[in-house]
Design a protein around this ligand. Structure first.
Ligand SMILES: *Cc1c(COP(=O)(O)O)cnc(C)c1O
Length: 391
């Protein structure tokens, strides 16, 4: 039998064919009217996709570049910041803020959990300059309550900037960026927007731009004020990733096309798609005997499950790849071998979910020797879909 390679990883995610064609055809110079028109169109679309009146900037780098920019541009050495960490990406915020000399307060919870809001409240100080957190912690597939943290910020430390890594939160979670007062919200190209790695985008509030006037940390390539000034003219400060930007435009057109050309509605449909596929996947995998790694606050970007005691999740990852050419993600760091992760963000639909769960039934039965009835996982997922569909 032949096999089709399918990515079920939470970045990179499957590529949208229309975006691939747009990238292949993107033979344009970046200091021309053609590029300026493309850039301005994509920046305007990104505002709708993020759901904000704030400016959205594009950077040619992976998501971590935008994370670094939101530390270097907003802080000075010695500034007190609060980092909320519950996994590998939260740890990245701690490393980054320390690298730029911040005085870092940390609220940390074990892998698989989200924060106790009372702990966050206690850790917030009147002089906290900024809060750094994830919306979705991809390493553990946990969702964090950004709205609740924003509210605490308003009560306890209203001056503090709220910086959210939404790299897998965007396109899988509903945000009210301006209503909640998210000062920076970061996305990445290889996640929900269906194109390859290499672009980061971030919405930046006026408050955050104002903070840049007095922040002292060094920055050069990732100078957000410089990018903003250039974006007004339809340009980027340096040579941009032109092909990726063309692909991003095509992907945002596709998302709008899912709702009759209305990008805001298309974004809502994309988020709901992730929410339903995640719920269906959780039901299917639990029906097979796996345990949810994040039962209390699961992310819609990806689902993480633990394999039964004494089994190795690497065997599941390997077997899916060799038998079905389906690529899922192992656990990162100490979670390797204990959990596996299946993505729902971006160009995944319900049929992808059903296919993966059908394949997973074979692997659970043949590789892990679990007592599987064919159809068990698929049926559990179908029930979730049917209920959502009937509403
Ligand atoms: C993918 C991801 C990142 C960014 O990683 P890069 O490899 O720099 O693109 C950051 N945070 C989260 C939550 C992610 O999922």
């Amino acid at each position: 039998m032949i096999r089709k390679t399918r990515l079920f990883t939470p970045g990179p995610t499957p590529l949208l064919p229309a975006a691939q064609f747009a990238m292949a055809a993107a033979d344009i110079h970046h200091r021309t009217p053609e590029f300026r028109a493309l850039y301005q169109k994509v920046l305007a679309q990104l505002k709708v996709f993020v759901g904000t009146q704030n400016d959205v900037l594009l950077l040619s780098c992976s998501g971590t570049g935008a994370m670094e920019a939101s530390v270097s541009n907003l802080t000075s050495p010695g500034d007190r910041v609060l980092v909320l960490t519950a996994g590998k990406f939260g740890e990245r915020w701690a490393d980054l803020t320390k690298a730029f000399g911040c005085a870092v307060d940390v609220v940390e919870v074990p892998y698989g959990q989200t924060f106790d809001l009372a702990d966050v409240k206690k850790a917030l100080k009147a002089d906290t300059k900024a809060i750094y957190m994830q919306a979705s912690e991809t390493s553990t597939a946990v969702n964090h309550d950004v709205q609740a943290v924003a509210k605490l910020r308003d009560e306890v430390a209203p001056e503090a900037l709220l910086v959210v890594d939404g790299i897998t939160g965007l396109g899988t979670t509903h945000f009210d960026v301006d209503g909640w007062g998210i000062d920076v919200l970061i996305g990445g190209s290889q996640k929900a927007v269906m194109i390859p790695p290499g672009l980061a985008y971030l919405s930046v509030s006026e408050r955050a731009f104002k903070a840049m006037d007095s922040s002292k940390n060094p920055r050069y390539y990732f100078d957000l004020r410089k990018e903003r000034k250039n974006a007004v003219k339809g340009e980027s400060a340096y040579t941009p990733a032109v092909a990726l930007i063309a692909g991003l435009g095509a992907a945002l057109d596709y998302i709008a096309g899912q709702a009759g050309g209305d990008l805001e509605k298309g974004r809502i449909a994309l988020v709901n798609n992730a929410i339903i596929n995640a719920a269906a996947t959780r039901a299917g995998l639990v029906a097979l005997g796996f345990t949810l790694f994040a039962p209390t606050s699961p992310s819609s970007a990806a689902t993480a499950v633990a394999v039964p005691e004494g089994m190795d999740s690497s065997d599941v990852v390997k077997a899916l790849k060799t038998r079905f050419a389906a690529v899922i993600a192992n656990g990162q760091g100490t979670m390797k071998g204990k959990i596996f992760r299946v993505a729902h963000l971006g160009f995944f639909d319900y049929l992808d979910t059903i296919a993966l769960l059908g394949a997973m039934e074979h692997i659970a039965k043949d590789t892990l020797k679990l007592p599987v009835e064919y159809g068990q996982a698929v049926a559990a997922a179908q029930k979730v879909y049917a209920e959502a569909y009937s509403k």
